[in-house]
Ligand binder design. Structure first.
Ligand SMILES: Nc1nc2c(ncn2[C@@H]2O[C@H](COP(=O)(O)OP(=O)(O)OP(=O)(O)O)[C@@H](O)[C@H]2O)c(=O)[nH]1
Ligand SMILES: [Mg+2]
Length: 202
């Protein structure tokens, strides 16, 4: 699959705000600061389509990006940036609101075909990831595990870590290795997204 164009469409909290033109949605979820927004920029080959930050908790709303609008020969769909899990500095009331907005989206969006769950390649085990993965599996949406920040480890260390992550969470396969900094893994992730968009993902 090729991404020929990408544009920010809107931010949403409530179902009435989700794009409802029937195009497939692919969500991107993971811990706060894991690199969701950076991965979206890498996939769309845009430096600043999505805001990234040194400060965790940058993304507080569900943000919709339309991909391949009116593009000839490539499927149109939405990439959906989900606020990061486990951000400690959000107040309890706001955290509950964010969680319920995310839960409502996963439960009620009819066009959601799959999600990418991002894991930091350096973190072989974390309570936040364990809880989030267990929770997300309840929604019966295909989940593709993607490891981020691959440039932070040597190839040998990364492979070892990917296997350990798969073992920790009982994943069917090790996560796909990416680096937004070094532009690694783009084709592989797009290939999997195209399967999810077509509705034939795992
Ligand atoms: N070295 C390296 N740093 C990365 C990579 N991807 C993201 N980062 C850095 O990690 C930090 C967080 O990246 P974001 O893309 O904003 O993370 P996020 O998951 O969207 O964060 P929230 O929106 O806060 O949940 C930033 O400082 C990025 O520059 C990567 O592949 N390699
Ligand atoms: Mg973000």
């Amino acid at each position: 699959m090729k991404i020929l164009n990408a544009e920010f469409v809107k931010s949403a909290v409530a179902p009435g705000d989700y794009p409802s033109d029937g195009l497939p949605h692919i969500a991107v979820a993971g811990r706060s600061n894991v690199g969701k927004s950076s991965l979206l920029n890498m996939l769309t080959q845009r430096k600043a389509l999505v805001k990234t930050s040194q400060v965790p908790g940058k993304t507080r709303l569900i943000n919709f990006f339309q991909i391949n609008k009116n593009a000839v020969g490539e499927s149109a769909f939405y990439l959906v940036d989900i606020p990061g899990f486990g951000y400690a500095k959000v107040g309890r009331a706001e955290k509950r609101l964010m969680e319920s907005a995310i839960e409502t989206y996963f439960r009620s969006c009819k066009n959601l075909r799959g999600m990418l769950y991002l894991l930091d390649v350096r973190v072989e085990e974390s309570a936040v990831d364990r809880e989030a993965l267990a929770w997300l599996q309840e929604f019966d949406i295909p989940i593709l595990a993607v490891a981020t920040k691959g440039d932070k480890l040597s190839a040998a260390q990364a492979k070892k870590s990917l296997d350990a992550i798969a073992k920790t969470y009982g994943l069917p396969e090790p996560p796909l290795l990416t680096s937004a900094d070094k532009k690694v893994g783009r084709e592989e992730v797009l290939e999997q997204i195209s399967l999810l968009v077509a509705g034939s993902g795992e």
